[in-house]
Design a protein around this ligand. Structure first.
Ligand SMILES: C[S@@+](CC[C@H](N)C(=O)[O-])C[C@H]1O[C@@H](n2cnc3c(N)ncnc32)[C@H](O)[C@@H]1O
Length: 226
C-alpha cells in the first residue's frame, strides 16, 4: 500500500461521505419513500445487507463484530439487535453521528460502540466477525487488497466484504459517466474482476460468495475464514 495514495483516496472518500453526500445517504438509509434509481439501489442494498447478515450466526449474543465503514450504521444495529457487541467505525463523522442518534431509539440486545476513524485501526480487536459492506469499493486493487488483508487479520471466525464486480455493463456505464445521478460527485467506484479478487484471496478459505444486482446497484459479497 502506498501511504500517500491511500491517504489521498481516504480524504476524497471522507469528503464525499461526510459532506457532499451525507444528506443523500441519510435519505437512502431511512424509511423515506424513494423512487427510480435510488429505490433500486435501496432494494439492492437491503438484499445485500440481508445476505451478509445471513452468513452470521442467528444468535450473536456474546459475539464481537466489527462493522468496517459502517455509514449510517444499519448493519451494526441489526447485528446488535441479534445480541452482538459491535464496534462500528467510519471516516464520516456526520454519518456516525446519525447512526448513533438512530441507535438510541432501538431496543438492542447487544451494544454498538460507534467510532469516527479509519477501519484499518479500530479499537478493541480482534473480532469474531468483521463485516465490510460496500466500504472498499472506492479503492484501487493495491489498497483494496491491503485493506482486506488487514480486515481479515482482525477477524477470528470470518470476514465478509463486498466488491464492485467489473462487468461489461458496469464498464460501459463508467465510461459514459452515467452510473451516478447528475450532481453526485462520488469518488469513482473501482471495479475488480471476480478472478482478480479470488486470486488476491488464494491464501484464504472462501466460505460464501454471492452477487446482488438491482437496477444500478451491483455488488458481490464474499466471506472468507479469519
Ligand atoms: C458506500 S458506504 C457504505 C456504508 C455502510 N457499510 C452501508 O453499507 O450502509 C461506504 C462507507 O465506507 C466508509 N469508508 C471508506 N473507507 C473507509 C476507511 N478507510 N475507514 C473507515 N470508513 C471508510 C465511507 O466513509 C462510507 O461511509
Amino acid at each position: 500500500m502506498s501511504a500517500t495514495n491511500y491517504l489521498r483516496r481516504r480524504n476524497e472518500i471522507e469528503e464525499y461521505f461526510d459532506r457532499t453526500a451525507a444528506d443523500a445517504w441519510a435519505r437512502l438509509t431511512s424509511d423515506e419513500p424513494l423512487t427510480g434509481v435510488r429505490a433500486t439501489v435501496r432494494a439492492g442494498r437491503d438484499n445485500m445487507r440481508a445476505t451478509l447478515m445471513s452468513w452470521l450466526p442467528q444468535d450473536l449474543q456474546g459475539a464481537r463484530v466489527l462493522d468496517a465503514g459502517c455509514g449510517a450504521g444499519q448493519l451494526a444495529m441489526e447485528a446488535a439487535a441479534r445480541g452482538a457487541d459491535v464496534v462500528a467505525i467510519d471516516l464520516s463523522k456526520s454519518l456516525v453521528d446519525l447512526a448513533a442518534e438512530r441507535a438510541q431509539n432501538l431496543p438492542l440486545k447487544g451494544s454498538v460502540d460507534f467510532r469516527v476513524g479509519d477501519m484499518l485501526n479500530p479499537p478493541g480487536g480482534p473480532f469474531d466477525y468483521v463485516v465490510c459492506m460496500d466500504s472498499v469499493i472506492h479503492y484501487d486493487m493495491q489498497d483494496f487488497q491491503s485493506t482486506l488483508y488487514r480486515l481479515i487479520s482482525l477477524s477470528t471466525q470470518s470476514c465478509s466484504f463486498t466488491f464492485a464486480p467489473s462487468t461489461p455493463l458496469l464498464s460501459v456505464m463508467h465510461a459514459v459517466g452515467k452510473l451516478f445521478p447528475r450532481g453526485d460527485r462520488s469518488p469513482a467506484i473501482k471495479p475488480h474482476s471476480e478472478q482478480s479478487v479470488y486470486k488476491a484471496l488464494s491464501d484464504y478459505r472462501i466460505l460464501n460468495s454471492k452477487r446482488i444486482k438491482s437496477g444500478f446497484y451491483i455488488s458481490h459479497a464474499v466471506e472468507v475464514s479469519g
